[in-house]
Design a protein around this ligand. Structure first.
Ligand code: NZQ
Ligand code: ZN
Length: 388
Protein backbone atom coordinates (compact mmCIF):
# COMPACT_ATOMS: atom_id res chain seq x y z
CA UNK A 1 0.00 0.00 0.00
CA UNK A 2 1.30 3.45 -0.84
CA UNK A 3 2.35 5.27 2.29
CA UNK A 4 1.52 8.94 2.82
CA UNK A 5 3.83 11.47 1.22
CA UNK A 6 4.28 14.94 -0.12
CA UNK A 7 5.98 15.35 -3.46
CA UNK A 8 7.67 18.35 -4.99
CA UNK A 9 10.71 18.56 -7.20
CA UNK A 10 11.66 22.17 -7.85
CA UNK A 11 14.60 21.61 -10.25
CA UNK A 12 14.00 22.98 -13.73
CA UNK A 13 15.62 20.84 -16.42
CA UNK A 14 16.91 21.83 -19.83
CA UNK A 15 17.51 18.64 -21.82
CA UNK A 16 19.01 17.99 -25.25
CA UNK A 17 21.60 19.23 -27.71
CA UNK A 18 20.70 22.90 -27.16
CA UNK A 19 20.26 22.63 -23.41
CA UNK A 20 23.04 25.10 -22.63
CA UNK A 21 20.89 27.88 -24.12
CA UNK A 22 18.89 27.50 -20.92
CA UNK A 23 21.70 29.30 -19.07
CA UNK A 24 20.68 32.51 -20.83
CA UNK A 25 17.19 32.11 -19.40
CA UNK A 26 18.37 31.31 -15.90
CA UNK A 27 21.28 33.69 -15.29
CA UNK A 28 19.24 36.92 -15.26
CA UNK A 29 17.35 35.59 -12.21
CA UNK A 30 20.47 35.84 -10.01
CA UNK A 31 22.91 38.54 -8.85
CA UNK A 32 26.18 39.39 -10.53
CA UNK A 33 28.63 37.18 -8.67
CA UNK A 34 28.88 33.61 -9.92
CA UNK A 35 31.13 30.99 -8.35
CA UNK A 36 32.04 28.63 -11.19
CA UNK A 37 32.79 25.22 -9.68
CA UNK A 38 34.41 22.42 -11.67
CA UNK A 39 36.60 19.35 -11.39
CA UNK A 40 40.08 18.37 -12.48
CA UNK A 41 40.06 19.87 -15.93
CA UNK A 42 37.96 17.69 -18.27
CA UNK A 43 35.72 20.68 -19.05
CA UNK A 44 38.73 22.67 -20.24
CA UNK A 45 39.80 19.86 -22.60
CA UNK A 46 36.38 19.24 -24.13
CA UNK A 47 35.41 22.89 -24.58
CA UNK A 48 32.47 23.04 -22.15
CA UNK A 49 34.34 25.51 -19.92
CA UNK A 50 34.77 27.99 -22.80
CA UNK A 51 31.11 27.77 -23.75
CA UNK A 52 29.93 28.35 -20.18
CA UNK A 53 32.32 31.24 -19.58
CA UNK A 54 31.20 32.93 -22.82
CA UNK A 55 27.56 32.77 -21.68
CA UNK A 56 28.42 34.05 -18.19
CA UNK A 57 30.29 37.01 -19.72
CA UNK A 58 27.51 37.74 -22.19
CA UNK A 59 25.17 37.98 -19.21
CA UNK A 60 27.46 40.46 -17.46
CA UNK A 61 28.45 38.19 -14.58
CA UNK A 62 31.57 38.48 -12.40
CA UNK A 63 33.15 35.04 -12.56
CA UNK A 64 34.95 33.60 -9.54
CA UNK A 65 36.47 30.18 -10.03
CA UNK A 66 36.69 27.15 -7.77
CA UNK A 67 38.27 24.34 -9.80
CA UNK A 68 39.97 21.13 -8.75
CA UNK A 69 36.97 19.46 -7.13
CA UNK A 70 38.14 15.86 -6.93
CA UNK A 71 36.02 12.74 -7.46
CA UNK A 72 34.65 11.91 -3.99
CA UNK A 73 35.03 15.52 -2.78
CA UNK A 74 36.66 15.92 0.62
CA UNK A 75 35.78 17.87 3.75
CA UNK A 76 39.06 19.80 3.36
CA UNK A 77 38.10 20.91 -0.14
CA UNK A 78 34.65 21.82 1.18
CA UNK A 79 36.23 24.19 3.71
CA UNK A 80 38.27 25.77 0.91
CA UNK A 81 35.14 26.19 -1.21
CA UNK A 82 33.27 27.87 1.62
CA UNK A 83 36.05 30.49 1.87
CA UNK A 84 36.04 31.03 -1.90
CA UNK A 85 32.28 31.49 -1.98
CA UNK A 86 32.46 33.91 0.95
CA UNK A 87 35.20 35.96 -0.69
CA UNK A 88 33.26 36.04 -3.95
CA UNK A 89 30.04 37.08 -2.19
CA UNK A 90 28.52 34.49 -4.50
CA UNK A 91 24.93 35.01 -5.63
CA UNK A 92 24.90 31.75 -7.58
CA UNK A 93 27.06 28.63 -7.54
CA UNK A 94 27.30 27.12 -11.01
CA UNK A 95 28.52 23.51 -10.89
CA UNK A 96 29.91 22.25 -14.21
CA UNK A 97 30.83 18.58 -13.95
CA UNK A 98 29.66 15.28 -12.54
CA UNK A 99 28.06 14.24 -9.30
CA UNK A 100 31.15 15.18 -7.30
CA UNK A 101 31.03 18.77 -8.50
CA UNK A 102 27.25 19.05 -8.04
CA UNK A 103 27.37 17.45 -4.56
CA UNK A 104 30.20 19.75 -3.54
CA UNK A 105 28.38 22.82 -4.82
CA UNK A 106 25.35 21.92 -2.67
CA UNK A 107 27.54 21.38 0.40
CA UNK A 108 29.16 24.79 -0.11
CA UNK A 109 25.75 26.38 -0.70
CA UNK A 110 24.43 25.40 2.74
CA UNK A 111 27.66 26.15 4.61
CA UNK A 112 28.74 29.67 3.58
CA UNK A 113 26.25 31.41 5.86
CA UNK A 114 26.37 28.92 8.70
CA UNK A 115 28.74 29.58 11.59
CA UNK A 116 29.53 25.98 12.28
CA UNK A 117 31.88 23.27 11.05
CA UNK A 118 30.07 22.02 7.92
CA UNK A 119 31.34 18.41 8.13
CA UNK A 120 30.24 18.03 11.75
CA UNK A 121 26.90 19.77 11.30
CA UNK A 122 25.67 18.08 8.13
CA UNK A 123 27.63 14.85 7.70
CA UNK A 124 28.09 13.67 11.29
CA UNK A 125 25.12 15.15 13.14
CA UNK A 126 22.77 15.30 10.07
CA UNK A 127 21.38 18.65 11.21
CA UNK A 128 18.91 20.63 9.11
CA UNK A 129 19.95 23.76 7.26
CA UNK A 130 19.15 26.77 9.42
CA UNK A 131 21.01 29.50 7.51
CA UNK A 132 20.62 31.21 4.13
CA UNK A 133 21.37 28.99 1.14
CA UNK A 134 23.18 30.16 -2.00
CA UNK A 135 21.29 28.88 -5.07
CA UNK A 136 23.00 26.19 -7.16
CA UNK A 137 22.69 25.47 -10.87
CA UNK A 138 24.28 22.50 -12.67
CA UNK A 139 25.69 21.79 -16.09
CA UNK A 140 26.03 18.01 -16.02
CA UNK A 141 28.95 16.30 -17.76
CA UNK A 142 28.91 12.83 -16.17
CA UNK A 143 25.81 10.72 -15.74
CA UNK A 144 24.93 8.48 -12.83
CA UNK A 145 24.35 10.08 -9.47
CA UNK A 146 21.09 11.96 -10.05
CA UNK A 147 22.64 14.86 -8.16
CA UNK A 148 21.32 17.18 -10.88
CA UNK A 149 17.76 16.80 -9.58
CA UNK A 150 18.06 15.85 -5.92
CA UNK A 151 19.27 17.14 -2.56
CA UNK A 152 22.02 14.56 -2.10
CA UNK A 153 25.54 15.60 -1.23
CA UNK A 154 28.24 13.05 -0.42
CA UNK A 155 31.48 14.19 1.24
CA UNK A 156 34.53 12.14 2.24
CA UNK A 157 36.65 12.74 5.32
CA UNK A 158 39.92 10.85 4.84
CA UNK A 159 41.20 11.46 8.36
CA UNK A 160 38.06 9.90 9.84
CA UNK A 161 37.79 7.26 7.06
CA UNK A 162 34.16 8.17 6.48
CA UNK A 163 32.22 8.87 3.30
CA UNK A 164 28.81 10.19 4.22
CA UNK A 165 25.81 11.49 2.27
CA UNK A 166 23.35 14.07 3.56
CA UNK A 167 20.03 14.20 1.73
CA UNK A 168 19.05 17.84 1.93
CA UNK A 169 15.53 19.17 1.41
CA UNK A 170 13.94 20.72 -1.66
CA UNK A 171 15.40 24.14 -0.88
CA UNK A 172 18.88 22.72 -1.60
CA UNK A 173 17.98 20.96 -4.89
CA UNK A 174 19.63 22.65 -7.89
CA UNK A 175 17.43 25.49 -9.12
CA UNK A 176 18.12 24.35 -12.67
CA UNK A 177 20.16 21.66 -14.41
CA UNK A 178 21.42 21.54 -17.96
CA UNK A 179 21.54 18.06 -19.46
CA UNK A 180 23.16 17.72 -22.86
CA UNK A 181 23.83 14.04 -23.60
CA UNK A 182 26.61 15.01 -26.02
CA UNK A 183 28.61 16.41 -23.09
CA UNK A 184 29.02 12.85 -21.83
CA UNK A 185 30.68 11.57 -25.03
CA UNK A 186 34.19 12.39 -23.78
CA UNK A 187 33.83 10.30 -20.61
CA UNK A 188 36.34 7.44 -20.41
CA UNK A 189 34.60 4.05 -20.71
CA UNK A 190 35.47 3.26 -17.09
CA UNK A 191 33.49 6.32 -15.92
CA UNK A 192 30.64 5.69 -18.32
CA UNK A 193 30.02 2.14 -17.14
CA UNK A 194 30.57 3.11 -13.53
CA UNK A 195 27.82 5.69 -13.93
CA UNK A 196 25.57 3.14 -15.63
CA UNK A 197 25.92 0.81 -12.66
CA UNK A 198 25.37 3.67 -10.22
CA UNK A 199 22.01 4.23 -11.94
CA UNK A 200 21.15 0.54 -11.75
CA UNK A 201 22.09 0.45 -8.10
CA UNK A 202 19.94 3.50 -7.27
CA UNK A 203 16.97 1.75 -8.81
CA UNK A 204 17.67 -1.58 -7.09
CA UNK A 205 18.15 0.08 -3.70
CA UNK A 206 14.58 1.32 -3.97
CA UNK A 207 13.16 -1.79 -5.70
CA UNK A 208 14.44 -4.44 -3.27
CA UNK A 209 12.36 -3.35 -0.32
CA UNK A 210 8.77 -3.99 0.69
CA UNK A 211 6.30 -6.70 -0.26
CA UNK A 212 3.34 -4.55 -1.33
CA UNK A 213 1.98 -3.99 -4.85
CA UNK A 214 3.57 -0.63 -5.51
CA UNK A 215 3.39 1.35 -8.75
CA UNK A 216 6.97 2.54 -8.26
CA UNK A 217 8.21 -1.03 -8.69
CA UNK A 218 6.61 -1.22 -12.13
CA UNK A 219 8.16 2.12 -13.11
CA UNK A 220 11.54 0.88 -11.92
CA UNK A 221 11.30 -2.34 -13.94
CA UNK A 222 10.75 -0.20 -17.03
CA UNK A 223 13.68 2.06 -16.18
CA UNK A 224 15.91 -0.98 -15.66
CA UNK A 225 14.96 -2.55 -18.99
CA UNK A 226 15.64 0.68 -20.82
CA UNK A 227 18.95 1.12 -18.97
CA UNK A 228 20.18 -2.38 -19.84
CA UNK A 229 19.20 -1.92 -23.48
CA UNK A 230 20.81 1.50 -23.83
CA UNK A 231 23.93 0.45 -21.93
CA UNK A 232 24.47 -2.43 -24.35
CA UNK A 233 24.33 0.04 -27.24
CA UNK A 234 26.49 2.73 -25.58
CA UNK A 235 29.25 0.29 -24.64
CA UNK A 236 29.62 -0.61 -28.33
CA UNK A 237 29.07 2.90 -29.64
CA UNK A 238 29.65 5.65 -27.05
CA UNK A 239 28.44 8.37 -29.42
CA UNK A 240 25.02 6.81 -30.03
CA UNK A 241 22.86 9.79 -29.09
CA UNK A 242 19.73 7.74 -28.53
CA UNK A 243 21.45 5.47 -26.01
CA UNK A 244 23.36 8.24 -24.23
CA UNK A 245 20.28 10.44 -23.95
CA UNK A 246 18.22 7.55 -22.57
CA UNK A 247 20.92 6.81 -20.00
CA UNK A 248 21.07 10.46 -18.95
CA UNK A 249 17.30 10.64 -18.51
CA UNK A 250 17.08 7.32 -16.64
CA UNK A 251 19.80 8.52 -14.23
CA UNK A 252 17.73 11.57 -13.37
CA UNK A 253 14.54 9.56 -12.80
CA UNK A 254 16.35 6.89 -10.82
CA UNK A 255 17.17 9.32 -8.04
CA UNK A 256 15.05 12.44 -8.24
CA UNK A 257 12.91 11.17 -5.33
CA UNK A 258 9.87 10.13 -7.42
CA UNK A 259 10.21 6.34 -7.33
CA UNK A 260 10.88 6.33 -3.58
CA UNK A 261 7.60 8.04 -2.76
CA UNK A 262 5.14 5.90 -0.82
CA UNK A 263 7.47 2.91 -0.49
CA UNK A 264 10.26 1.61 1.72
CA UNK A 265 13.85 1.56 0.42
CA UNK A 266 17.10 -0.21 1.30
CA UNK A 267 20.40 1.62 0.43
CA UNK A 268 22.67 -0.97 2.08
CA UNK A 269 24.68 -1.48 -1.15
CA UNK A 270 25.51 2.23 -1.03
CA UNK A 271 26.56 1.97 2.60
CA UNK A 272 28.86 -0.95 1.71
CA UNK A 273 30.24 0.82 -1.36
CA UNK A 274 30.74 4.13 0.41
CA UNK A 275 32.75 2.44 3.17
CA UNK A 276 34.98 0.86 0.52
CA UNK A 277 35.28 4.33 -1.03
CA UNK A 278 36.23 5.90 2.31
CA UNK A 279 39.19 3.52 2.57
CA UNK A 280 40.27 3.32 -1.09
CA UNK A 281 38.94 6.51 -2.76
CA UNK A 282 37.72 4.23 -5.56
CA UNK A 283 35.18 5.30 -8.20
CA UNK A 284 31.68 5.31 -6.70
CA UNK A 285 29.82 3.09 -9.20
CA UNK A 286 32.63 0.52 -9.20
CA UNK A 287 32.49 0.20 -5.41
CA UNK A 288 28.79 -0.61 -5.75
CA UNK A 289 29.38 -3.13 -8.51
CA UNK A 290 32.10 -4.87 -6.50
CA UNK A 291 29.89 -5.57 -3.47
CA UNK A 292 26.50 -6.07 -5.14
CA UNK A 293 26.50 -9.75 -6.08
CA UNK A 294 27.66 -11.06 -2.67
CA UNK A 295 25.10 -8.76 -1.00
CA UNK A 296 22.16 -9.70 -3.22
CA UNK A 297 22.96 -13.43 -3.09
CA UNK A 298 23.02 -13.19 0.71
CA UNK A 299 19.71 -11.35 1.11
CA UNK A 300 17.89 -13.16 -1.72
CA UNK A 301 16.23 -15.80 0.50
CA UNK A 302 14.73 -13.04 2.68
CA UNK A 303 13.11 -11.31 -0.30
CA UNK A 304 12.61 -14.33 -2.52
CA UNK A 305 9.34 -13.29 -4.19
CA UNK A 306 10.77 -9.91 -5.24
CA UNK A 307 13.99 -11.44 -6.54
CA UNK A 308 11.95 -13.92 -8.61
CA UNK A 309 9.81 -11.06 -9.96
CA UNK A 310 13.01 -9.15 -10.83
CA UNK A 311 14.36 -12.18 -12.73
CA UNK A 312 11.21 -12.49 -14.83
CA UNK A 313 10.31 -8.84 -15.42
CA UNK A 314 13.81 -7.39 -15.87
CA UNK A 315 16.00 -10.27 -17.09
CA UNK A 316 13.39 -12.25 -18.99
CA UNK A 317 13.87 -15.49 -17.06
CA UNK A 318 11.18 -18.06 -17.96
CA UNK A 319 9.63 -19.21 -14.66
CA UNK A 320 7.82 -22.26 -16.07
CA UNK A 321 8.42 -25.39 -14.01
CA UNK A 322 10.91 -23.68 -11.71
CA UNK A 323 10.85 -22.85 -8.02
CA UNK A 324 11.03 -19.19 -6.96
CA UNK A 325 14.53 -19.87 -5.77
CA UNK A 326 15.68 -21.20 -9.13
CA UNK A 327 14.09 -18.26 -10.94
CA UNK A 328 15.65 -15.73 -8.56
CA UNK A 329 19.08 -17.33 -8.87
CA UNK A 330 18.88 -17.25 -12.65
CA UNK A 331 17.99 -13.56 -12.51
CA UNK A 332 21.05 -12.78 -10.39
CA UNK A 333 23.21 -14.91 -12.69
CA UNK A 334 21.93 -12.93 -15.70
CA UNK A 335 22.66 -9.67 -13.89
CA UNK A 336 26.17 -10.81 -13.02
CA UNK A 337 27.05 -11.83 -16.56
CA UNK A 338 25.68 -8.53 -17.91
CA UNK A 339 27.76 -6.60 -15.38
CA UNK A 340 30.88 -8.45 -16.54
CA UNK A 341 29.97 -7.91 -20.19
CA UNK A 342 29.91 -4.12 -19.87
CA UNK A 343 33.25 -4.04 -18.02
CA UNK A 344 32.35 -3.40 -14.39
CA UNK A 345 34.80 -4.15 -11.59
CA UNK A 346 33.45 -7.20 -9.77
CA UNK A 347 35.66 -7.29 -6.68
CA UNK A 348 37.03 -4.85 -4.13
CA UNK A 349 40.60 -6.19 -4.50
CA UNK A 350 40.81 -4.50 -7.90
CA UNK A 351 39.74 -1.26 -6.19
CA UNK A 352 42.66 -1.40 -3.76
CA UNK A 353 41.07 -3.15 -0.77
CA UNK A 354 43.02 -5.93 0.97
CA UNK A 355 41.98 -8.53 3.51
CA UNK A 356 43.63 -6.67 6.39
CA UNK A 357 41.47 -3.62 5.61
CA UNK A 358 38.18 -5.48 6.05
CA UNK A 359 37.76 -4.82 9.77
CA UNK A 360 38.24 -1.08 9.20
CA UNK A 361 35.89 -1.02 6.22
CA UNK A 362 33.30 -2.95 8.26
CA UNK A 363 33.67 -0.39 11.04
CA UNK A 364 32.95 2.45 8.56
CA UNK A 365 29.77 0.79 7.21
CA UNK A 366 26.42 2.23 8.24
CA UNK A 367 23.58 -0.27 8.73
CA UNK A 368 20.21 0.45 7.11
CA UNK A 369 16.94 -1.15 8.15
CA UNK A 370 14.75 -0.95 5.03
CA UNK A 371 16.04 -3.97 3.11
CA UNK A 372 14.96 -7.60 3.28
CA UNK A 373 17.53 -8.36 5.98
CA UNK A 374 19.02 -5.99 8.54
CA UNK A 375 22.68 -6.99 8.58
CA UNK A 376 24.89 -7.18 11.64
CA UNK A 377 28.59 -6.41 11.56
CA UNK A 378 29.63 -10.05 11.18
CA UNK A 379 27.36 -10.41 8.12
CA UNK A 380 28.84 -7.23 6.68
CA UNK A 381 32.34 -8.55 7.23
CA UNK A 382 31.48 -11.78 5.46
CA UNK A 383 30.00 -9.90 2.46
CA UNK A 384 33.26 -7.92 2.16
CA UNK A 385 35.26 -11.16 2.32
CA UNK A 386 33.20 -12.59 -0.51
CA UNK A 387 33.77 -9.34 -2.44
CA UNK A 388 37.59 -9.59 -2.27
O1 NZQ B 1 37.30 16.14 -12.56
P1 NZQ B 1 37.21 16.09 -14.04
O2 NZQ B 1 38.47 16.43 -14.73
O3 NZQ B 1 36.04 16.85 -14.59
O4 NZQ B 1 37.00 14.53 -14.42
C1 NZQ B 1 35.88 13.79 -13.98
C2 NZQ B 1 36.21 12.78 -12.88
O5 NZQ B 1 37.56 12.38 -12.95
C3 NZQ B 1 35.44 12.90 -15.11
N1 NZQ B 1 34.50 13.55 -16.02
C4 NZQ B 1 33.31 14.11 -15.71
N2 NZQ B 1 32.68 14.53 -16.83
C5 NZQ B 1 33.52 14.25 -17.86
C6 NZQ B 1 34.69 13.63 -17.34
N3 NZQ B 1 35.71 13.23 -18.13
C7 NZQ B 1 35.59 13.44 -19.46
N4 NZQ B 1 34.49 13.99 -20.03
C8 NZQ B 1 33.45 14.40 -19.27
N5 NZQ B 1 32.35 14.91 -19.85
O6 NZQ B 1 34.77 11.82 -14.49
C9 NZQ B 1 35.37 11.57 -13.23
C10 NZQ B 1 34.30 11.26 -12.22
O7 NZQ B 1 33.49 12.38 -11.97
P2 NZQ B 1 32.56 12.40 -10.67
O8 NZQ B 1 31.82 13.68 -10.66
O9 NZQ B 1 33.37 12.03 -9.48
O10 NZQ B 1 31.58 11.16 -10.95
P3 NZQ B 1 30.11 10.91 -10.49
O11 NZQ B 1 29.16 11.72 -11.29
O12 NZQ B 1 29.95 9.45 -10.49
O13 NZQ B 1 30.03 11.46 -8.97
C11 NZQ B 1 30.50 10.67 -7.91
C12 NZQ B 1 30.21 11.30 -6.56
O14 NZQ B 1 28.80 11.47 -6.36
C13 NZQ B 1 28.41 10.81 -5.14
C14 NZQ B 1 29.43 9.69 -5.05
O15 NZQ B 1 29.50 9.12 -3.76
C15 NZQ B 1 30.70 10.40 -5.44
O16 NZQ B 1 31.23 11.13 -4.37
N6 NZQ B 1 26.99 10.43 -5.18
C16 NZQ B 1 26.05 11.40 -5.12
C17 NZQ B 1 24.70 11.10 -5.03
C18 NZQ B 1 23.66 12.14 -4.95
N7 NZQ B 1 23.98 13.41 -4.98
O17 NZQ B 1 22.47 11.83 -4.81
C19 NZQ B 1 24.21 9.73 -4.99
C20 NZQ B 1 25.21 8.73 -5.45
O18 NZQ B 1 24.83 7.48 -4.93
C21 NZQ B 1 26.61 9.03 -5.09
O19 NZQ B 1 26.89 8.58 -3.77
ZN1 ZN C 1 25.13 5.97 -6.14
Amino acid sequence: MLGNFTYCNPTKLYFGKDALDGLNEELPKYGKNVLLVYGGGSIKKNGIYDKVVAILKANGKNIYEDGGVMPNPTSDKLNEGIERAKNAKADLILAVGGGSVCDYAKAVSVSVHCNDDAWGKYFIRFEDVTCDIIPVGCVLTMVGTGSEMNGGSVITNHAQKLKIGHVFGENVFPKFSILNPEYTYTLPKYQMVSGIYDIMSHILEQYFSGTDDNTSDYIMEGLLRSLINSANVAVKNPTDYEARSNIMWIATWALNTLVAKGKTTDWEVHMLGQAVGAHTDATHGMTLAAVSMPYYRYIMPYGLKKFARYAVNVWGVNPDGKTDEQVAEQGLAAMESWMKSIGLVMNITELGATEDMIDGITESTLIMDGGYKVLDKSEIRSIYKKSL
